[in-house]
Design a protein around this ligand. Structure first.
Ligand code: ADP
Length: 309
């Protein structure tokens, strides 16, 4: 079976001279749930837009299900569904028409498209709204409509550009459930996100991209194992005494407020040892937690390293 997506040495320089991608290589295996992580301006949208034919690449190759976008674009596009960041359907169009017309774009007859569209709208909780104009939908519904539209031709690979940006927590959870189910039923999924939690919760593979380059890629679990250090926040039983405050800097401890400190614990070191060391300074810890989720720390470490280059 060919890989869902193989990208080799992909480069993009925009007319204005911006080098948005500087030789990106990525492989997404069939069945993966793949997160493309990166800060604003990293090149994520450029990468996605090249895959779906909206932006021309400057160099490199892209294969979708073994088909080159240079030689077999018409066939390759049949395998991909895309959910862009911005709503891009007609506001006066009816919900069902938006999905059915998209099927037409892929050459599917209306007769076949209507029941498919209805089934998808039902699954995404939009069936009751099918004869409404899209402008009447809430933000969350519009996003679900974009997903329904992207799936009508039953693509093997679904790409979502920040699918949960700006949606409330409940809708976000529902969307996660839907995407998990879709992935489990065999659709390969790539999503770009700022929300590291989203990647940690949903994805088995991740690539971190920064300034047009992949700075880290691999299974989410492996990446988490690679973490060099974790930052812990300790809530203290009593406010820091002034004389200890002067000492803690030497131990890699930072004061946040009178009774909260944070401490970086290196890989291989134990948090318990850190607490014992604090006890020796007469600092008693009441409770502790990770400062951020673990993937987030890794992300910050990687982006930090990359910025130094
Ligand atoms: P991301 O999706 O990770 O935020 P983008 O792919 O949108 O990143 O942008 C990568 C870089 O390319 C940025 O510096 C951005 O300003 C630039 N860029 C994006 N689109 C264009 C364009 N159409 N013309 C010129 N520069 C662009």
């Amino acid at each position: 079976m060919s890989e869902a997506l193989v990208i080799k040495n992909l480069e993009k320089t925009y007319a204005a001279g911006v080098r948005a991608l500087k030789g990106v290589s990525l492989t997404v295996a069939t069945g993966d749930f793949f997160a493309l992580l990166g800060p604003n301006g990293a090149g994520k949208s450029t990468l996605i837009n090249i895959i779906c034919g909206l932006v021309n690449k400057s160099a490199g190759t892209v294969h979708i299900s073994g088909l080159s976008i240079d030689d077999d674009y018409q066939k390759a596009k049949m395998h991909v569904g895309i959910v862009p960041q911005e709503f891009n359907f007609g506001i006066w169009e009816k919900v069902i028409d938006i999905v059915v017309n998209q099927a037409g774009y892929y050459g599917m007859p209306r007769k076949e498209a209507i029941p498919k569209a209805e089934a998808l709208l039902r699954k995404l909780g939009l069936y009751e709204k099918r004869f409404e104009q899209s402008r009447t939908l809430s933000g969350g519904m519009k996003r679900r409509l974009m997903i329904a539209r992207s799936l009508v031709h039953e693509p093997k690979l679904l790409i979502l550009d920040e699918p949960t940006a700006g949606v409330d927590i409940e809708i976000r959870r529902e969307m996660w459930d839907f995407l998990r189910e879709l992935n489990q039923s065999g659709t390969t999924i790539i999503l770009t996100t700022h929300y590291l939690e989203e990647a940690e919760q949903l994805c088995n593979q991740v690539a971190i991209i920064n300034k047009g380059e992949v700075v880290e890629a691999g299974p989410v679990k492996k990446l988490l194992e690679k973490m060099d250090a974790e930052t812990f926040v300790f809530d203290l039983e009593a406010p820091l005494a002034q004389e200890t405050e002067a000492l803690i800097g030497k131990f890699g401890v930072r004061k946040i407020d009178a009774d909260t400190i944070e401490m970086i614990v290196q890989r291989g070191e134990s948090v318990n040892d850190a607490i014992i060391a604090l006890n020796r300074l007469d600092i008693r810890v009441r409770s502790m937690r990770n400062k951020t989720n673990r993937l987030e720390e890794l992300f910050l470490q990687k982006i930090g390293e990359n910025n130094l280059v």
